[in-house]
Design a protein around this ligand. Structure first.
Ligand code: FAD
Length: 394
């Protein structure tokens, strides 16, 4: 098998996972990250079986199990009374059905685990303070140019540089981001502050007219993660670090169940973040001869299915396999893209559909639609039972 020198722009969850998959397969990898320091923000992330297969293959399952929480059930509740409208079992059942666990963990812990793994293969794999600005490719290789005027050369460049990707910008040009009308609040609250108001250790989704709230635990239950998606005409940046006034969050959830009030009331008032959710058109092509995209740069998604990072992780595994079974880089990129476009487009579409489901206008409508949904996890079997390590590549 050919061994390539592979340049990755972006050391996010997708870039780091791809780096380890590629190094495990014997390639030489260099990851260039624009930030001066490696890290992720203080929020939760959910990782389902389809992504966990890859992490398990990298030997990361014990660390992820230790850092994470395995929720017993997925529970939908009405926004005001808290009445349970649908429940399906998660951890043991998910693992039984899809061969790997469903885990909720702190993004910073997950990022640390991925970075440590990549550095186990090569301590110098990540280079910080290197903002990718563009590239030049030829039949024999690719040169990545940085904003600081320097450049590096490799056989293949992967743009894992997120929703505002510089690599995508050069490859595709401007990609229009359209505001969905929703923003996502995020806060984390130490559980000890919640006392008797603490929620069960399940994945709780409260649904109401025009907004919903997702609550789950992190770090062995020590921290509660809250993501609140609200409809608002007030557009701001797509950013994890944009703070908004606590009072706005409180106003958004006025009249909601006492558990939600307790979570909001116990948040640090200067630590409330809000991200404006945008969609981008589906791309059918995200590779050239020696350059490709991965993760959010290729197929950013709304968070209503909790699959953005999972898809980035799947991408890294499939790309690695494609490089191993083809005779040239252009052929590998073609195979990778061909096998990822449909699946990622379907995930993005399903996620967009969930927005409507979670924000139905009346309680009667919510009850009726949830009653019509398939019971159990079967409805998402196509999603979770995908194994990027074994799926046929055609
Ligand atoms: C509210 C919310 C909740 C979510 N919950 C989940 C969930 O539960 N499960 C899930 O699977 N997904 C979830 N997601 C989606 C997930 O966060 C993203 O899909 C995932 O982080 C994408 O990873 P990535 O590596 O492609 O991009 P990013 O995480 O954005 O990483 C990109 C990296 O590239 C760097 N970079 C950017 N530009 C450059 C440049 N020019 N040069 C060099 N480096 C650069 C950035 O600094 C960053 O380190 C959620 C998203 C939102 C908004």
């Amino acid at each position: 098998m050919a061994r390539y020198t592979i340049l990755i722009a972006g050391a996010g969850l997708g870039g780091l996972t791809a780096a380890s998959c590629l190094m495990k397969a014997g390639h030489q990898v260099e990851v260039y990250e624009q930030a001066p320091k490696l890290g992720e923000i203080g929020a939760g992330i959910q990782i389902s079986a389809n992504a966990m297969h890859v992490l398990r293959d990298l030997g990361l399952e014990p660390a992820i199990r230790k850092a994470g929480v395995h929720p017993g059930a997925y529970l939908f509740r009405l926004h005001d009374t808290g009445e349970e409208i649908q429940r399906f079992s998660l951890s043991a059942e998910h693992e039984r059905m899809h061969g790997a666990p469903y885990t909720q963990l702190h993004r910073a812990d997950f990022h640390d685990i991925l970075a440590a793994k990549a550095r186990e293969f090569d301590p110098d794999v990540v280079r910080l303070n290197k903002r990718a600005a563009g590239y030049t490719e030829s039949e024999s290789g690719v040169t990545l140019h940085f904003a600081d005027g320097t450049s590096v050369r490799g056989d293949l460049l992967i743009g894992a540089d997120g929703i505002k990707s510089a690599v995508r910008q050069q490859m595709i040009g401007d990609v229009v981001a359209t505001y969905t009308g929703d923003a996502a609040w995020r806060i984390t609250v130490p559980t000890e502050r919640l006392g008797k108001n603490a929620l069960d250790t399940v994945m709780s989704v409260f649904v109401g007219p025009g907004l919903h709230a997702v609550c789950y635990y992190l770090r062995g239950g020590a921290l509660l993660n809250f993501v609140g998606c609200v409809e608002t005409p007030e557009v701001s940046d797509e950013s994890w670090t944009l703070k908004f006034p606590w009072q706005k969050l409180k106003d958004d959830y006025r009249g909601w169940h006492s558990s939600i009030q307790a979570v909001i009331d116990n948040a640090d008032k200067d630590q409330c973040y809000r991200w404006s959710l945008h969609t981008r058109p589906t791309m059918r092509r995200w590779s050239t001869g020696r350059v490709t995209l991965l993760g959010d740069s290729a197929h950013s998604t709304l968070p209503y299915l909790a699959q953005g990072a999972a898809m980035a992780i799947e991408d890294g595994a499939v790309l690695t396999r494609a490089l191993g079974i083809t005779s040239s880089i252009p052929a590998a990129l073609d195979l990778y893209q061909r096998n990822r476009v449909e699946r990622t487009a379907k995930v993005v579409a399903q996620s967009t559909y969930n927005r409507e489901l979670f924000h139905l206008r009346s309680v009667d409508e919510i009850r009726a639609r949830f009653a019509r949904r398939n019971q159990g996890e079967d409805r998402n079997s196509w999603l979770y039972s995908y194994n990027p390590l074994t799926v046929a590549l055609t």
